[in-house]
Ligand binder design. Structure first.
Ligand code: 13P
Length: 236
């Protein structure tokens, strides 16, 4: 399966970040593009700002969250249709930071994934256990439960992001990543792209992306600078 290398900028980036998209586009070779699809999920305010440069560079854009409804009285929220209108083709749903900070349940995440599909966006559904859950030997049960509760019918991407590996520099043992991706393959089925996320860097990307059933990466901190992000893309 062709890899998907996705950057999640989280709450980082002003209009000047268009220079990073341009710099990344300048680095991408035909060989890179043949091996990996490249996606950047900037703050929603930047999707339409970055769209011309991203299109020219062959880089897809995505949102980081969407509301389940198309429109209405939901102050401060952004619908999947709005993201699509701004130029996005993907949207992340159920990131652990959304689950933790905003109490998003599996049912809410599934509704957002379905909203994404309704708008013609590819949802990237995030799952992952906390450190306590892993230490208690419950990681696979927790992730299985999140998958069963959050995945929509139809087409989607899944990202396994252990909460304790996000932004910490900690990465699970390769065998643990592989075991979780085997489980995700069993639940999600063949043909679904399965991403790993959590402290992916240029230095560890090749080993992680070489594991069975790892079809790409969801990258936070290392996606903010074109040079680091390109290091991960070229590892694919
Ligand atoms: P880091 O790559 O900064 O650990 O973040 C991972 C992540 O949360 C991507 O969605």
């Amino acid at each position: 399966m062709k890899k998907l290398i996705a950057g999640n900028w989280k709450m980082n980036g002003l209009a000047a970040a268009a220079a990073e998209i341009e710099a990344l586009g300048a680095k991408l070779t035909e060989a890179d593009r043949a091996k990996a699809d490249v996606l950047v999920c900037p703050p929603a305010t930047l999707v339409s700002v970055l769209e011309p440069k991203a299109r020219a560079a062959g880089i897809a854009l995505g949102g980081q969250d969407c509301h389940e409804k198309e429109c209405g009285a939901h102050t401060g929220c952004i619908s999947a249709e709005m993201l699509a209108d701004a130029g996005a083709t993907y949207v992340i749903v159920g990131h652990s930071e959304r689950r933790a900070d905003f109490g998003e349940t599996d049912a809410a995440v599934k509704a957002k994934a379905e909203a994404a599909q309704r708008a013609g966006l590819m949802p990237i559904v995030c799952v992952g256990e906390t450190r306590d859950e892993r230490e208690a030997g419950r990681a696979e049960a927790v992730v299985r439960g999140q998958l069963e509760g959050s995945l929509p019918e139809g087409e989607f991407v899944v990202a396994y992001e252990p909460v304790w590996a996000i932004g910490t520099g900690l990465v699970p043992e390769e065998a643990d990543i592989a075991a979780m991706h085997r489980l995700m393959r069993e639940v999600a089925g063949p043909g679904v792209r399965l991403l790993y996320g959590g402290s992916v860097k240029p230095a560890n990307a090749k080993a992680i992306l070489g594991l069975d059933d790892v079809d790409g990466a969801l990258v936070g901190g290392a996606s903010l600078k074109a040079e680091d992000f390109y290091g991960i893309i070229s590892a694919a």
